[in-house]
Design a binder for this molecule. Structure first.
Ligand code: NAP
Length: 120
């Protein structure tokens, strides 16, 4: 089984890769600007989640059973809110399960975007 970790170069993503490999999964992972230490054990792909076409190419190429979105776009609405919607649709098209990690950006109590304000 292949697990694709979006944001594999990050704090959480690094640990998820380690644990997925320990569980016997093939791993593929993405980075945005932090070029990781490449190893033969994980297939790495550069990705900006705001690039829908690139995301689709990576999912089509890796054909993951499981996708984990461990990215953190902070206050960038396109990365934190819009991209996960596209990711969910892409996962569905390819029959992949998706785990979406919640962002700690909600801790302030308010999420604001151009068309949405959600008070939690
Ligand atoms: N760390 C914690 O204690 C903690 C606590 C609660 C919740 N969380 C949640 O867990 C998730 C991951 O957090 P983290 O601490 O692991 O974050 P992190 O270390 O900052 O890693 C963020 C990851 O997202 C990638 N990324 C950033 N912008 C991107 C973009 N536009 N397109 C694609 N990838 C992008 C980064 O790639 P590059 O590094 O290559 O730029 C990196 O791999 C977040 O949702 C965070 O809110 C974390």
């Amino acid at each position: 089984m292949t697990t694709l970790i979006i944001g594999g170069s990050g704090f959480l993503g690094t640990e998820l890769i380690r644990q997925a490999r320990a569980a016997g999964h093939r791993t593929a992972a993405t980075y945005h600007v932090t070029v990781p230490a490449f190893t033969s054990e994980t297939a790495w792909y550069p990705l900006d989640l705001r690039d829908a076409e690139r995301l689709a190419v990576i999912v089509a190429e890796t054909r993951p059973s499981l996708i984990i979105n461990a990215s953190s776009g902070g206050a960038d609405w396109a990365t934190t809110a819009e991209a996960p919607v596209r990711l969910a649709m892409t996962a569905r098209r390819h029959g992949s399960h998706l785990v979406q990690v919640s962002t700690d950006a909600v801790f302030s109590g308010i999420i604001c975007g151009p068309d949405l304000a959600l008070v939690v």
